[in-house]
Design a protein around this ligand. Structure first.
Ligand SMILES: [Zn+2]
Length: 633
């Protein structure tokens, strides 16, 4: 059997453990572990076929993950001990996260209160000391037999070891460092239901999410950091702000905008279209469906098919696809007439709905969806215009992100992997030229960036503007991509000043990415405290009692005339409750109206996050808010 370790071929007998391979080849098992694909293998895992491994240096994070993983196995054994007849589901690979989980099946639903015994059992086991001897005995208790032996794991390649804890034999899928195991404390932070494989037609399982630590102090620190993240998660913020909803009856990953979300989105759109006008973009509109032939020609069908929905076959032999991108459509707009060098640069912009297939398990609120509206543009330029256009796009993006106070994590210059001829259009000259030009422009603009090999689009290199979400996901908010390929594929031309046909270069520009992702980022970065101009409700009007409801309506009407969005809190409730409610909704202005205000034509207002109450005349207030709205404050 041949094992390739970091490009060195080693001959071994079959089957053989990682530890044996290490020992026979002088690889220090105190320093390294083996990685197969994207999995770190336990030292006791037996390889059964030719394969390629890479060596990974053991560091603090790996030790920490290993401890969390072992804690997860101990919790699994505790669940099995506490609840007769439960079956643990195959451990998922969520070991690198602070928060781990145990998923299990139980005929009778277990209640949250009952988990106290599981926690006690966990601590008891640790106190007694775990025997970490591993075995290869697949003669298992009843649990995960189905999953395991029906082999959702590749047992043909690797024999995973098992560890026997508290009468339960559990599969081990991560390296274990027993000397470093120092976990003493556990806290259960969530208990919920989950379908097997996230598939609603499968069995309902129960899921314990938990954190572990070596002492109580560290444990409370971890719990606090998880709670902070939860509060910053756009899905949590959405619960109070009512921006969007996802209903499995409509479809997973197909969010719809609730009234508040529709206002927010339309305000953003209005602003972006004004900016695009200022930067001399031209708006176009094109259909969400396109012929499959168009996408074959553009290369998307070849390179992007797994992200596309199944084609729609029409009775008259036409085949349509839901577009996953808009580029080929915009190319067709370019081709709708003969273009001269005088027409260039041509900047087509479209805020366009598109659809991409994502695995149901990866769908996350507005962050990962299947239908999205992209703030897209394609710019057609002569080679000599490329640099100025790139700078124009970059300036526009930076100005727009600043308007929203979006913090950029870093700029990523995404290049092709020169050895990957399959996933990238195979023309080294074209790539070298495009990459050189893009890098040259970034250097000229004095921008700091990180070079990412193998991250380019199949048609060209790109500059991605990266932000980090509350969950720690790194996502691209804006992008500028150079493309020398599509103009060639579609025979694009312009007539140059000598009267001869020449090829334009295409720039793809995503201004703020999709509205869906952008709103997720915006909600997370602002904690839901939106600026006045795009807040769904800009002023919350609170009459101190029902007696002043008519007065409240008069004030609302004056603001409404100036297109200010108000909400009158006119139901019979305590004043403090009404104020608290407006604060929960993060309304920028709260005005309170009572006898004094009525007699003197005043409003008493306060702004979000400020306790100070200010009194001004109604007219002054109306003009103050109108001005702030107009200036997009
Ligand atoms: Zn494009």
């Amino acid at each position: 059997m041949k094992i390739n370790i970091d490009s060195k071929i080693i001959e071994v007998n079959e089957p053989t453990t990682i530890l044996d391979i290490f020992n026979k080849n002088n690889i220090d098992s105190n320093k390294f572990i083996a990685k197969l694909g994207d999995e770190l293998l336990p030292f006791e895992a037996k390889l059964k076929k030719d394969c390629s491994l890479s060596l990974i240096e053991i560091d603090e994070n790996i030790i920490k993950s290993s401890n969390n993983y072992l804690a997860k196995l101990i919790l699994e054994a505790s669940v099995l001990k506490c609840f007769a007849g439960t079956e643990v589901s195959i451990p998922k690979k969520d070991i690198n996260k602070e928060e781990a989980s145990v998923v299990f099946y139980s005929k009778e639903r277990i209640k949250k209160e009952e988990l106290t015994t599981t926690k006690d059992q966990f601590k008891q086991l640790i106190k007694e000391g775990i025997n970490f001897e591993l075995n290869y005995n697949q003669n298992l208790n009843n649990y995960y037999k189905n999953e395991l032996l029906n082999s959702r794991l590749d047992f043909n390649l690797v024999d995973y070891p098992f560890v026997f804890i508290n009468d339960s034999n559990l599969i081990v899928r991560y390296p274990i460092f027993k000397e470093s195991f120092n976990i003493r404390e556990i806290e259960i932070i969530n208990f919920s239901g989950e379908y097997y494989n996230n598939d609603a037609s499968e069995t309902m399982l129960q899921k314990i999410s938990f954190v572990v630590a070596n002492d109580k102090k560290q444990l409370s620190k971890i719990i606090k950091s998880i709670e902070d993240k939860r509060l910053r998660d756009h899905r949590y913020i959405n619960e109070n702000l009512e921006i969007f909803n996802i209903d499995p009856v409509i479809g997973l990953g197909l969010p719809f905008w609730l009234p508040n979300g529709a206002i927010l989105k339309q305000e953003i759109k209005k602003y972006l279209k004004e900016k695009e006008f200022e930067y001399r973009f031209i708006q176009i509109e094109s259909p969400v469906l396109g012929s499959k032939l168009l996408y074959e020609k553009s290369g998307h069908w070849n390179h992007y098919r797994e992200n596309m929905f199944t084609p729609i076959e029409l009775p008259d032999n036409e085949t349509l696809v839901l577009r996953p991108m808009n580029c080929p459509h915009h190319v067709s707009v370019y081709k709708s007439k003969i273009r001269s060098y005088r027409d260039l640069p041509l900047r087509f912009a479209e805020h366009a709905i598109q659809h991409r297939y994502e695995f149901s398990g990866s769908l996350t609120g507005l962050e990962r969806v299947r239908a999205m509206e992209l703030t897209d543009s394609h710019i057609f330029v002569t080679p000599s215009q490329l640099k100025d256009e790139f700078i124009n796009c970059y300036k526009l993006i930076v100005e727009v992100l600043q308007q929203f106070n979006i913090k950029i994590k870093y700029l990523s210059l995404s290049m092709r992997d020169p050895n990957d001829k399959e996933n990238y259009y195979n023309n080294d000259e074209m790539w070298n030229n495009a990459e050189k030009q893009l890098e040259g422009m970034l250097n000229e603009l004095n921008l700091k960036y990180e070079k990412m090999v193998g991250e380019a689009a199949f048609y060209g290199p790109k500059l991605d503007i990266q932000v980090e979400t509350a969950l720690g996901h790194e996502i691209t908010v804006s992008t500028i991509q150079l493309d020398f390929l599509l103009p060639e594929r579609f025979d694009l031309e312009f007539i140059n000043s000598e009267g001869n046909p020449e090829k334009p270069i295409m720039i793809h520009r995503g201004l703020i990415g999709t509205y869906e992702r952008f709103v997720a980022i915006l909600l997370e970065q602002t904690m839901g405290v939106l600026p006045l101009w795009c807040s769904p409700v800009q002023v919350s009007i609170i009459p101190v009692s029902e007696k002043y409801n008519d007065f409240a309506r008069q004030v609302e009407s004056k603001l409404h005339d100036k297109k200010i969005r108000c909400f009158i809190s006119d139901r019979d409730d305590r004043l403090n409750n009404k104020i608290r409610n407006a604060i929960t909704k993060k309304t920028p202005y709260i005005i309170v109206l009572g006898q004094k205000e009525l007699e003197n034509n005043l409003v008493t207002y306060r702004t979000y996050g400020n306790e100070e109450q200010i009194q001004i005349s109604i007219d002054e207030f109306v003009s103050k808010i109108s001005k702030e709205y107009e200036n997009r404050e």
